[in-house]
Design a protein around this ligand. Structure first.
Ligand SMILES: [Zn+2]
Length: 270
């Protein structure tokens, strides 16, 4: 018995970083709810009737003007906002080792979204390019859900959600040309999950990311997307709804970046 205890202590000493990173304690109440919600969403994605890709593919965007030799310039160049927010976020992260799980994934996902969305909008009539657009979005979205779980449930829940939703989102984006259902579940089910998490109290030690702020910009982006032509007409052909959608979606990262602002240095003792 003594020997067994001694051995256990030795193992703990040998693997301190591992045991600190992964705690296998029994799930807390919120973790159980989260596991239940993820299980239901997975079942819906797998078992709900298949939706043909054409149900949600917007084959035509209203603003097709060329500028500086770039076709569809408004919808292409507005993606630079994703690059700017992603790079800004990664810079902030360097000074924040306490950042919630998923923050790095969100910012890398935004940079990938810039690349994928540029590729798509240069020639939106090529439907296979839509996959490139969605792959970046899937990574960014997984990062955001990871942050939400990390802020409201637990650090390990955040880490698990980042991995699960990245895999689910990439698979859903990949099969979306044949069956859109999993992608719709990732997008809307994921947002419903984020909304549910936003309505709960932050866990002790959370960084304090305004999840409501992120969701606000996300909903705004969806409204701009729906009003592509209406906004183009209303602004006298200055800007289209889809161009504004990219800007609003990029701004969704701002509440996260704001929470990662540099902390004031401790006053030096004199
Ligand atoms: Zn777009």
């Amino acid at each position: 018995m003594l020997r067994a205890n001694h051995h256990a202590r030795e193992t703990d000493a040998l693997l301190p970083s591992v045991s600190r990173r992964f705690s296998f304690a029994a799930p807390q109440v919120r973790e159980k709810y989260l596991i239940g919600a993820l299980f239901v969403l997975t079942l819906v994605a797998l078992l709900a009737p298949a939706l043909p890709a054409s149900t949600w593919h917007i084959p035509h965007f209203v603003d097709t003007r060329m500028w500086l030799g770039v076709p569809n310039a408004g919808d292409v160049l507005s993606n630079l906002a994703f690059l700017a927010m992603g790079a800004w976020g990664l810079l902030r992260l360097r000074a924040h080792p306490d950042a919630p799980a998923g923050a790095g994934c969100l910012f890398v996902g935004l940079i990938l979204t810039c690349i994928g969305s540029c590729v798509y909008h240069l020639d939106p009539e090529a439907p296979q390019r839509l996959v490139a657009d969605r792959l970046g979005m899937a990574v960014a979205f997984a990062g955001f859900l990871g942050i939400a779980a990390s802020e409201r449930v637990s650090v390990r829940a955040g880490q698990a959600v980042v991995v699960l939703v990245t895999v689910a989102g990439l698979l859903a984006a990949w099969v979306a040309y044949a069956n859109l259902t999993p992608w719709v579940v990732v997008q809307f089910g994921g947002m419903a999950l984020a909304l549910g998490l936003a309505m709960t109290r932050p866990r002790p030690g959370a960084l304090g990311v305004s999840l409501g702020g992120v969701i606000f910009f996300y909903v705004l982006a969806k409204l701009f997307e729906l009003g592509d032509a209406t906004i183009f007409e209303a602004t006298g052909h200055i800007v289209s709804g889809h161009t504004l959608k990219h800007l609003a979606a990029a701004l969704a990262a701002w509440p996260v970046i704001r929470a990662l602002r540099p902390t004031d240095p401790a006053p030096s003792p004199r």
